[in-house]
Design a protein around this ligand. Structure first.
Ligand SMILES: *Cc1c(COP(=O)(O)O)cnc(C)c1O
Length: 522
């Protein structure tokens, strides 16, 4: 592959077939796009800016000697650039996006409409509280629903992602232990081997040492393994339920009881809450803190489409330690508790403001438009769809824990590819040629060559059938030794196999102009 001066592939890679190369490098609607600096001219400007007024120069030595070198594009050039870039990305609005654990489901347009209402979209967090009463009421209403659905005593709304929610929940646990005088002695957090990487990372960030809990043969956690690790140095456990193998931790209550008996707390990673909304309440399962990824369970955009939001529900025991700021109801309407003097038990300020307002609006719109029956149905359909995929692929692909019902996602492993000459990665790349985003690969780590498929409830049967038929076709070609379909894949993507390691280890993040800009600034 040849590289241009910026280290990017300069020509579309050979397809290895008889398809002729085009003059432009474009392939019909798959249009090449240069860097924004390369399409315009840094000397141009897309808008007419009036000459600045003559003012006394106070910049001294800081005054620029040359133009900043910003890209210079007309409005149509700008539009085309960003539209073309947006089309290079696979999106939930383009097709089935089976990325396990990520819950890539449809983002209803009603949510978008609500989030754009000027009363929500155009407000500022520093506005006087009296002028944003409606927005605070919305945050409060969403908080009420989250507590209702989870059966928990309180909720911290401000965390801005699942991982941030983990940090929030574990900081509340830390504060509770400190209040008990055990902040220094309890310094171990138990995390199952199947956990998402953010769990041990969160614990480590807070200075805890992490002890791994092995997975049972059936992919779940054995309370006996937890008990064996519990002592008075353990601060808590971080457990995902349903877990990352797509299985419900059926001994969760026994685990919670054992953790509490040892004086520790139970953090639940709630990223998979979408499988149990309306069916089971974490509060009834002994959970002390759990984040809810609004961008997964409650359909707000993610994966380049928008910021996340990770409110954390808290048990009675942890509620007093919730972070600032938070919204409270008073006789005069809604108020915001901002300062530690107002709430000395709080572990302090977690974020500048109240959280992701736009995501709150979208999540509440999703909840209210579904109603309690609709939310329960969404969970049921998510589980049904995953089991449909499992049942229809079980004869050809391999299931590490046997062909048993799963929750909202189904975990396959790559043993069905053994001796075919096709690797797990090749298989995923061939899915790209078929127009699918691959499933989650090599996660969870407890399963060798994991392939985690989460279809979500927003796929129709027809869409699932086409996906299943595609997967069957790929598996049969792999088993028939037709390795060429896989070894060079993707054949039809704008770029093929990139050097991902080099891209991650030595990314080129700056652009060097082809010739120095010599015009001095006026
Ligand atoms: C997505 C996910 C997280 C992290 O959530 P973010 O919102 O991406 O920070 C944590 N645990 C599990 C199991 C997840 O699927």
């Amino acid at each position: 592959m040849t590289m241009n001066t910026q280290g990017r592939p300069s020509a579309p890679a050979e397809t290895g077939t008889a398809v002729p190369q085009t003059f432009t490098g474009n392939k019909a609607l798959m249009i090449e796009e240069a860097l924004i600096f390369e399409i315009g001219d840094v000397k141009n400007c897309g808008v007419d800016i009036p000459e600045p007024p003559q003012v006394k120069d106070r910049l001294g030595k800081l005054k620029r000697k040359a133009p900043a070198g910003l890209p210079g594009l007309s409005e149509p050039e700008t539009m085309r650039h960003y539209v073309k870039l947006s089309q290079k990305n696979y999106a939930i609005d383009m097709g089935l996006y089976p990325l396990g654990s990520c819950t890539m489901k449809h983002n209803p347009r009603l949510n978008e409409k609500m989030a754009r209402l000027p009363g929500f979209g155009d407000i500022h967090p520093l506005q006087p509280v009296s002028s944003v009463q409606g927005a605070l009421e919305l945050i409060d209403m969403l908080a009420e629903w989250l507590m209702e659905m989870t059966g928990m005593a309180a909720v911290a709304m401000s965390p801005k992602a699942g991982a941030h929610g983990e940090l929030c929940g574990m900081m509340a646990i830390k504060a509770a232990l400190e209040a008990r005088g055990e902040g220094d002695t309890r310094n171990v957090v138990l995390v199952p081997e199947s956990a998402h990487g953010t769990n041990p990372a969160t614990a480590a960030l807070l200075g805890y040492s992490v002890k791994a809990i092995p997975a049972r043969k059936d992919g779940t956690v054995d309370p006996a393994d937890v008990k064996a690790l519990l002592d008075d140095t353990v601060a808590g456990i971080m457990l995902t339920n349903p877990n990352t193998c797509g299985l419900f931790e059926r001994d969760i209550i026994a685990i919670a009881d054992a953790v509490h008996a040892a004086g520790a707390y139970f953090y639940c990673d709630g990223a998979n809450f979408n499988a149990i909304v309306g069916k089971a309440r974490p509060g009834d399962l002994g959970v002390d803190a759990m984040h809810i990824n609004l961008h997964k369970t409650f359909s707000t955009p993610h994966g380049g489409g928008g910021p996340g939001a990770g409110p954390v529900v808290l048990s009675e025991a942890l509620a007093p330690f919730a972070p600032l700021p938070y919204v409270t109801k008073t006789d005069d309407g809604f108020a915001v508790v901002e300062h530690e003097a107002e709430d000395p038990k709080s572990f302090g300020r977690l974020t500048a403001f109240h959280g992701q307002m736009g995501m709150f609006v979208r999540a509440l719109a999703y909840m209210l438009s579904h109603g309690s029956d609709g939310l329960k149905k969404a969970s049921e359909d998510a589980v049904l769809n995953a089991n449909y995929v499992r049942a229809r692929l079980a004869d050809l692909m391999s299931l590490p824990f046997g062909n048993k019902p799963c929750m909202h996602e189904v975990l396959f492993d790559d043993s069905f590819l053994k001796d075919t000459g096709v690797t797990t990665l090749d298989f995923a790349k061939a899915m790209i040629d078929e127009g699918y985003h691959p499933m989650t690969m090599y996660f969870p780590l407890v399963v060798h060559g994991a392939m985690l498929i989460e279809p979500t409830e927003s796929e129709s049967k027809a869409s699932l059938d086409l996906f299943i038929a595609t997967m069957r076709d790929l598996v049969m070609d792999a088993k028939a030794g037709k390795t060429e379909r896989f070894a060079g894949a993707p054949y039809y993507a704008p770029r093929r196999r990139l050097d991902e390691t080099r891209a991650a280890r030595s990314p080129r993040l700056s652009w060097t102009p082809p010739e120095p800009i010599t015009d001095a600034a006026e």
